[in-house]
Design a protein around this ligand. Structure first.
Ligand code: RIB
Length: 301
């Protein structure tokens, strides 16, 4: 079982020619409203990856809540531990440029009320994985990590954004997943500043937590017990990169859940991230198990 304790948002996505600079206004022709939130996106991708998945989080009592969760229902994610609160459902305001790059501002809303006590009835234990991100309160995620670790479950933390990551809980985390800038930031928090993400991941691994760095078009690096793995990026035609890191996390943990080792899971996470970039929005691509294995098989030939 994979339990995702994390955020759920409704995403407002606008395509523009170029991303705005500070103080600049840019215009796009229209906008789309879609389900999002790093936690919900990761739960969706884990379920499509074939894992029994439970999502734990908080939404409002507004119409955005059901819209944000609809894809998870369709993917078979267990939502019985999602709480409804009086705060508004989280929302993300996203601009995407012609190359598919994005900028995101999030209004957290109900996500800040997600309660780690909701994990208590789920029976997390050995063989299970708790998957966390940085969009809840850092204290809530740290408490969830401590609970899962004490229960013998595997803990995977995607420190995105780093502001939602409490470095003092690193000893409760088995695998940290970060992008390049997050890798540098976490290494700084640990008192081991490094100049490049690969060295930062190595330092984090040396501190006792395996570390994965997603590098977009440069692929993925993973450090585990002093050994480095590199997975090259899959050749795909990018629609946008929204949620690529989330699909990586979902596909990666789903592969671990199916019994793959670190290297096999890195490969499948990278394939899921690539598949997610081939459709619009955070849940627009198809990081399902069949698509992932097709990409992995095509690469192996
Ligand atoms: O990682 C992409 C996600 O970040 C979006 O779905 C948005 O909601 C923000 O949480």
């Amino acid at each position: 079982m994979i339990v995702v304790f994390g955020s759920v948002n409704v995403d407002f996505v606008t395509r523009v020619a170029a991303l705005p600079a500070p103080g600049e206004t840019v215009s796009g022709p229209s906008y789309a409203v879609m389900g999002g939130g790093k936690g919900a996106n990761q739960a969706w991708a884990a379920a499509l990856g074939g894992a029994r998945t439970v999502f734990v989080g908080a939404v409002g009592r507004d119409p955005f809540a059901d819209m944000a969760l609809a894809d998870l229902v369709a993917a078979g994610v267990d939502l019985s531990a999602v709480t409804r609160t009086d705060a508004p459902t989280g929302a993300a305001f996203i601009t995407v440029d012609e190359a598919g790059e994005n900028m995101i501002a999030v209004a957290s809303g109900a996500n800040l009320l997600a309660d780690p006590a909701s994990l208590l009835g789920l029976g997390l234990g050995p063989g299970d994985t708790l998957l966390l991100q940085g969009e809840l309160s850092a204290a809530a995620s740290a408490s969830a990590a401590a609970h899962a670790k004490a229960a013998g479950a595997r803990v995977v933390f995607n420190a995105a954004p780093v502001s939602g990551f409490d470095a003092s809980c690193l000893s409760d985390i088995d695998i940290l997943v970060v992008n390049a800038s997050e890798a540098l930031a976490v290494a700084r928090l640990l008192g081991t500043p490094e100049a490049d993400p690969d060295a930062a991941a190595r330092a984090i691994d040396a501190a006792g937590t395996a570390c994965v760095v997603t590098l977009g078009g440069e692929g993925v690096i993973g450090w585990w017990s002093g050994v480095r793995r590199k997975v090259e990026a899959f050749p795909i035609s990018v629609v946008d990169t929204i949620g690529a890191g989330d699909a990586f996390c979902g596909g990666f943990t789903a592969a671990l859940d199916r019994g793959y080792g670190f290297s096999g899971a890195l490969l499948r996470g990278a394939a899921a991230g690539a598949a997610a970039c081939t459709g619009p929005g955070a849940r627009g691509g198809s990081p399902d198990r069949a698509s992932v294995e097709r990409l992995v098989g095509a690469t192996a030939l």
